[in-house]
Design a protein around this ligand. Sequence first.
Ligand SMILES: NC(=O)c1ccc[n+]([C@@H]2O[C@H](COP(=O)([O-])OP(=O)(O)OC[C@H]3O[C@@H](n4cnc5c(N)ncnc54)[C@H](O)[C@@H]3O)[C@@H](O)[C@H]2O)c1
Length: 430
Amino acid sequence: MDKLSEAREKINSVDEKMAALWVERMAAVKDVSDYKIENNLPVFDASRESSLLEKNISAVPEELKPYYREFLKGVIDVSKSYQRSRLSGHDGKIRLELGDRSYDISIGRGLLSEAGKLMNLDRGVLIVTDDGVPEEYSKTVAAQCKSPVTVTLSQGEATKCLESFRVLLKTMLEARFTRGDCVVAVGGGVIGDLAGFAASAYMRGIDFYNIPTTTLSQIDSSIGGKVAIDLDGYKNTVGAFWQPKAVLVDPDILKTLDKRQIFAGLAEAVKMAVCFDAELFELFENGEPLENIDEIIRRSLMIKKSVVERDECEAGLRKVLNFGHTIGHGIETAEDGRLIHGECVALGMLPMCSQEVRGRLLSVLGKLGLPPSVTADRDKIASAMLHDKKSAQGGVTVVKSDEIGNYRLEKISFDGLFEILDEFLKVMRG
Ligand SMILES: NC(=O)c1ccc[n+]([C@@H]2O[C@H](COP(=O)([O-])OP(=O)(O)OC[C@H]3O[C@@H](n4cnc5c(N)ncnc54)[C@H](O)[C@@H]3O)[C@@H](O)[C@H]2O)c1
């Protein structure tokens, strides 16, 4: 046998052993993913990943180290995608614990057709949706209800108003809904906020279920019980805390959502990452957000759950979820529909960060095609900010971040806030 054939024989034999070892390794990966499913843990674990790389690389000769690093990274990536596919195929449940107001958040692809098993739809059901949400989703839910009444409103923030609220209440009254009936939202944050508020008020409160259909609502707004409408264009001025009885998150529903909405919604996940979860932020930095969407949704919901459990009615900690919203809401109102909520949150976070955080944040937002430009008049933004419900006498409490994964609350005067706004607009407008 010549030297070349000999070397090839050797490679073949090593490859055979490696294949057997790889199968063994993937069996262990499967056990890890089962554990993560059971305990609601994320796939991506930055510290485990870097310690595994460093430990194994130290075992190979110097010359081979860079090649081995590349090889190992490939092995880790394949393991992560295997874990992800197992997690996304799994009908996971997160339980939000709030005593007698506790509820399950069911997450899984294809779950929409299981709504009847996860919610009590064997009664009068008001399904609220809008004309931008593909009709098939509300129809799939209606098909699982005993007695459905569907109201389809116009899409857009303007629907979150007193008139729509009245329409929902009147529909329930005319259909003779009792306190034993329920409301199901099939839509984004607008429909969820409005339908939840109608449920909170009808006959002093009836059951509410949320089936979020946008990234923003699957990541954030569908849990936590903040429901509201806007009053004369001012955001969330009239509302309540009204927890849903169950939330059903089916990421398959996002397939019909346009890219602008998908990316803007992800700004809320970036917000949570900046304040609470450096690893989630790294997932945005190092990965492709759309490929990791199931994990981003799950991880964001876990963060929000733990915040809401500790501060249901926003007495303290929950205020942190308003990171980016003080200036963001001002811009959203002043832009009058030109920019959507998540885009404004993306803008609003920037002036509240240290230089280092801002640099990293800008590069993550860049991946999402954010932030957009601000065209609204400065005074219009400032006046909308003054009307924001979070504004208190003499000043506001803003959320700032000096380090990814951490936040601080700072009380500043209105003058201080306007200085931040002016500086920000100067930078944005060059
Ligand atoms: N309650 C909370 O805790 C909370 C938190 C954050 C934001 N919000 C509120 O959420 C609202 C924004 O929500 P949003 O970003 O989901 O916007 P949205 O509800 O307006 O939905 C965005 C657009 O997507 C369309 N759409 C929805 N689902 C679709 C789908 N699956 N396929 C195709 N099109 C679809 C809608 O018709 C709409 O035109 C704001 O009013 C904001 O104040 C509430």
